[in-house]
Design a protein. Structure first.
Length: 142
């Protein structure tokens, strides 16, 4: 729960200081890891109550939701291989056990089901394909 509260304290400040002011000027905002990440990692991954995590996220964001969410879906095995290749294995969440990551991925996919703001991109494909799919989704949304 402390992790959920800390992440969302940071998110609340980001929304207040950066995101809302930018949106008020008509600026397009791209944000990595918004509230769906908390639902997936803390809710599904850490098996916290989803309603509690969602309520904390809603309070932190003031209900501000993205118009588009790109979910780059990648298997546990591929993510591990890529992290090791890049040397990004020391992150606290990345050090979590395999079951945690599988629950988080399943959570992301569950969140995306039936939600039209989500575009799921096959992250098993090469970088060029992922980039092209992301840009196409963004163009369609604009």
């Amino acid at each position: 729960m402390a992790e959920t509260l800390l992440v969302n304290a940071s998110r609340a400040q980001l929304v207040t200081d950066v995101i809302r002011p930018a949106l008020q000027t008509g600026t397009l905002v791209l944000c990595d890891r918004y509230m769906d990440s908390s639902l997936a990692y803390q809710g599904y991954g850490r098996e916290q109550r989803l309603d509690a995590v969602r309520a904390i996220c809603d309070a932190a964001t003031g209900g501000l939701m993205p118009d588009l969410t790109l979910l780059i879906d990648v298997s546990y095995e591929t993510s591990r291989e890529r992290l090791h290749r890049r040397g990004n294995v020391d992150d606290r969440l990345e050090k979590m056990e395999e079951a945690f990551h599988r629950r988080a991925r399943a959570g992301f996919l569950e969140l995306a089901k039936g939600d039209p703001r989500f575009v799921v991109i096959d992250g098993e494909r090469d970088e060029a394909h992922v980039f092209k799919a992301a840009m196409e989704a963004i163009r369609r949304a604009l």
